[in-house]
Design a protein around this ligand. Structure first.
Ligand SMILES: Nc1ncnc2c1ncn2[C@@H]1O[C@H](COP(=O)(O)OP(=O)(O)O)[C@@H](O)[C@H]1O
Ligand SMILES: [Mg+2]
Length: 147
């Protein structure tokens, strides 16, 4: 969870954006056994996107909860940003793919590599990553990790 805090608050300080941020880690969430550098990179990439694709005045909520049935930890990063266009949803995971309309609109620099690395790293750790999004309303990324 330290990774989540560092990821969330370093972006807040570095970018000095006007946003409402919230972090909720449920008390029963166990420690996850993971490569700290890789896990921090995964969370930073997802949170970085949430910041970049949410205009000022928006919100970002990071939550972690434990799913006892499957003994897994579910982390979600929900933003109130521009959302992901339906025709781009399959491409977000592909290398070098960016949705130029939104990148131009919000002046976001990037390579389009972030989410392809996220997917590869999460799957390497037997986890899952996916998202739900509504154009113009926001996006929630989910990451399921084993403890
Ligand atoms: N939270 C988000 N809200 C809206 N669009 C997103 C979000 N996260 C990712 N995207 C879309 O997916 C694309 C690919 O993301 P990523 O691989 O991290 O590349 P980059 O951040 O370099 O553009 C982004 O360019 C953007 O169009
Ligand atoms: Mg990115």
């Amino acid at each position: 969870m330290v990774c989540l805090c560092i990821g969330l608050f370093s972006f807040m300080l570095l970018k000095l954006r006007e946003m409402v941020l919230s972090l909720e880690v449920k008390p029963d969430v166990p420690l996850i056994e993971a490569d700290v550098a890789k896990f921090t990179r995964v969370m930073s990439n997802i949170i970085d996107n949430a910041f970049n694709y949410t205009p000022d005045g928006g919100s970002i909520e990071v939550r972690a909860s434990y799913l006892p049935d499957t003994q897994r930890v579910l982390i979600s990063v929900k933003d109130s940003g521009v959302g992901i266009a339906p025709e781009f949803r399959e491409d977000v995971w592909k290398r070098f793919q960016r949705y130029e309309e939104h990148a131009l609109q919000l002046d976001v620099a990037g390579t389009g590599l972030g989410l392809s690395i996220v997917k590869e790293m999460v799957e390497m750790h037997r986890g899952d990553v996916w998202f739900e999004s509504e154009l113009g309303q926001g996006t929630t990324f989910f990451c399921l990790a084993t403890d």
